[in-house]
Design a protein around this ligand. Sequence first.
Ligand code: ACO
Length: 328
Amino acid sequence: MTDKGVGILGVGSALPGRIVTNTDLEKTLDTSDEWIQSRTGIRERRIAEEGIVTSDLCTEAAHKALENAGITVDEIDLIIVATVTPDSPLPATACYVQAKMGAFKAAAFDIAAGCTGFIYALAVGSQFIKSGIYKNVLVIGAEILSRILDWTDRSTCVLFGDGAGAVVLGPVPAGQGLLSFKLGADGSLADMLCVPAGGTRMPACPESVEGRQHYVRMSGNETFKFAVRVMGDVTSQALDELGLTKDDLDFLIPHQANLRIIEAARKRFELPEERVMVNIDRYGNMSSASIPVALEDAVSTGRLKRGDLVSLVGFGAGLTWGAVIMRY
Ligand code: ACO
């Protein structure tokens, strides 16, 4: 065990160049820019070009994070990729990333915890440093959700986008960096947000393809109510662990699923708009990638400052939820 803290040494992101606006979607779906913006806050999203795979976005984001941290590929001890859209079911996408980066000294594995994946991965990665086993851990959240969306289902396909965000974790002085984690799950609610087929429960077959069972299914309304409650509760619990309250919080980086969910959290923590990171308007919900992309955005635009007490908080398929409190 080290007495030092574990913190974020560098950040990076990768976003496909292709922009799909709500107006573009109006051409193929019974939807409108007005409906999507007023219900979700989304104006446009990025969609990966054919041929681009999740590990490509991971690798681009990771190289930027390494550069930002001033660390070389050889100094990475472990690569963790949080994703629900791996390159393929086997092997882990992190292994493809390791090979693409030439980071052959690094161990590599994936974590799947829905949109909370990046928070779970931060929690896991930081333990390897805290325990003294590793020094530098690359944690990536990445998705190409556009490949598992039913583009004829207006209740889901308008919500999501593609992208990747990465951070380098490493030792920092005690009292700085990642200070507390709170993770949770309720597997009895798994069917609220899932892809029914493609695993052992329903292996791929002509019927599963015909029944469109390989695409995301979601009970939007129930997920919404759950999210509003859990985002606030889990952040409060993570603050409690440190003996802190909402008055100590300087900045909030929430999962970007719906602007109304983010607004509810902002009001609960009585934060002004400029202290809550929002980029759902430009990117939609990128699942595991939303939080690290929002973090990179907050850092590169100077909105998040060194020394700020910040909460990263998410919820997602599983159902899962989690928050981290960090002294940036
Ligand atoms: N365009 C136009 N109309 C639509 C659309 C659309 N894209 N989608 C649904 N509608 C219609 C519905 O059919 C319904 O019509 P009806 O009343 O005639 O039946 C009406 O709009 C209202 O539908 P609701 O589902 O009640 O709309 P709501 O205000 O709840 O918004 C939404 C739906 C945006 C999905 C919301 O419930 C939500 O954001 N839920 C949370 C989703 C979420 O957070 N997911 C997280 C995923 S995390 C992860 O791990 C991937």
